[in-house]
Ligand binder design. Structure first.
Ligand SMILES: *Cc1c(COP(=O)(O)O)cnc(C)c1O
Length: 410
């Protein structure tokens, strides 16, 4: 019953439920919340051996904790689900559970980069990622080149021109325009230079997209969103293919940053993940119907959703994703004023930033998540003043449409 590898399961749904079990001696059915900061040594020698890595066992919860470790194992299993390494063996991955998605990004960047290095990334990005690169990395002497990563020729040219690039960071689908980057093409372009590739897989989750299948080195998540699924905790995960690097440099960076999660948030995350495939299917099904409905509505100028045949990356999204996901953005014909009016009139849908919860969340990026950016930068990232972002929930789609209809009515 215990220790199932992801390859044991025919289907992702079973892996999401059964990939981990409590390793304690009391046969707890659920993974317990190990609310402890430290762990007891039987002897001085045992303590020494644990610190020296000669003996397994927990030391201190900033380094590792049984509840957070279970969540790490679960996320790594799901990102690796059904995948093989170069030798045809089941792919092994290592995850580190962080306090937030931003924490996971910090471990990624400070593990790989030093002053003088550069990151190549996309112009349209999650607001916090953009600011992390342009503010914190810049202060550390690490440059970020923001280009259109969906343009493979532009990527090839940038790699040729800048020998300082050490990391290509993808976000696909990207917030808030749902632009998709060809993950496989980017990995192929990076390989001859030995450049690492990371991807923010928050919008897709491993159920909709498994970037390790296309050759990335790292996946990171804001586990706050669809992985948790219920909006009950903040969390982040960094998942890596190079186990040695994850257990040495990345783990060291993680410990020194103090970027660790905590047992209670990890417990909530584990419970949320059990229903991940069910939720993602329903989210995607509802989102497709909402996007089609919105694109026919007279008050709507444009809908950005990678599951619509009119989206420029519809075919690519189909190639690399199981379903297109729950997040979309749309623009109202009468700009900012229409946007505010619409948001204020919502009855059921939730007015909030964030995404990936069971309820439908609606926000206004220009005044909320992307407010910190300069207006020109915002426009380059596709965030116009009248843009509305929507994370379609798993309520009955009829009720979502009813709410949108009354809020859009003149
Ligand atoms: C929320 C989010 C993040 C940041 O995650 P936190 O958990 O808030 O730190 C990063 N990327 C994307 C795409 C997000 O939606």
């Amino acid at each position: 019953m215990s220790n199932h590898t992801p390859q044991y399961f025919e289907d992702f749904c079973s892996a999401a439920i059964h990939s981990i079990h409590d390793e304690g001696s009391l046969h707890s059915h659920s993974i317990p919340v190990y609310a402890t900061s430290t762990f007891v040594f039987d002897s001085a020698e045992q303590g020494m051996n644990r610190f020296a890595g000669k003996e397994p066992g927990y030391i201190y919860s900033r380094f590792a904790n049984p509840t957070t470790a279970a969540a790490e194992k679960l996320i790594a299993s799901l990102e690796a689900f059904g995948l093989k390494n170069q030798d045809g063996q089941p792919l092994q991955l290592k995850a580190l559970l962080h306090a937030s998605g931003q924490g996971a990004l910090a471990t990624l960047c400070f593990s790989l980069l030093k002053a003088g290095d550069a990151v190549l990334t996309n112009t349209a990005l999650y607001g916090g990622t953009h600011e992390f690169f342009s503010y914190l990395l810049a202060k550390a002497g690490i440059q970020t080149l923001f280009i259109d990563l969906t343009d493979n020729d532009a990527v090839a040219l940038a790699l040729k021109q800048h020998n300082t690039i050490k990391l290509i960071h993808i976000e696909s689908p990207a917030n808030p325009t749902m632009e998709c980057t060809d993950i496989e093409a980017i990995c192929k372009l990076a390989a001859p230079y030995g450049i690492k590739v990371s991807i923010d897989n928050t919008f897709a989750t491993p159920y909709l997209q498994q970037p390790f299948a296309f050759g990335v080195d790292f996946v990171y998540h804001s586990a706050t969103k669809f992985l948790n699924g219920h909006g009950t905790a903040i969390g982040g995960a960094l998942v890596g293919r190079d186990i040695d690097l994850m257990q040495s440099t990345a783990l060291k960076t993680f410990k020194l940053l103090g970027a660790n999660s905590n047992p209670f948030d990890a417990f909530l995350l584990i419970n949320g993940i059990k229903t991940l495939p069910l939720r993602m299917r329903q989210h995607s099904e509802n989102a497709r119907k909402v996007a089609e409905w919105l694109s026919k509505h007279p008050a709507v100028k444009k809908v950005n959703y990678n599951g619509l045949a009119t989206h420029p990356h519809y075919a690519l999204s189909k190639k690399q994703m199981r379903y297109p996901g729950a997040v979309m953005s749309f623009e109202l014909k009468n700009g900012l004023e229409a946007g505010k009016r619409f948001i204020n009139r919502l009855q059921m849908c939730t007015r909030a930033v964030s995404l990936g919860t069971v309820d439908t969340l609606i926000s206004h990026p220009a005044s909320m998540s992307h407010a910190i950016m300069q207006p020109e930068e915002r426009l380059k990232a596709g965030v116009t003043d009248g843009l509305i972002r929507m994370s379609v929930g798993i309520e009955a789609v009829e009720d979502i449409l009813k709410d949108l209809e009354q809020a859009l009515a003149l």
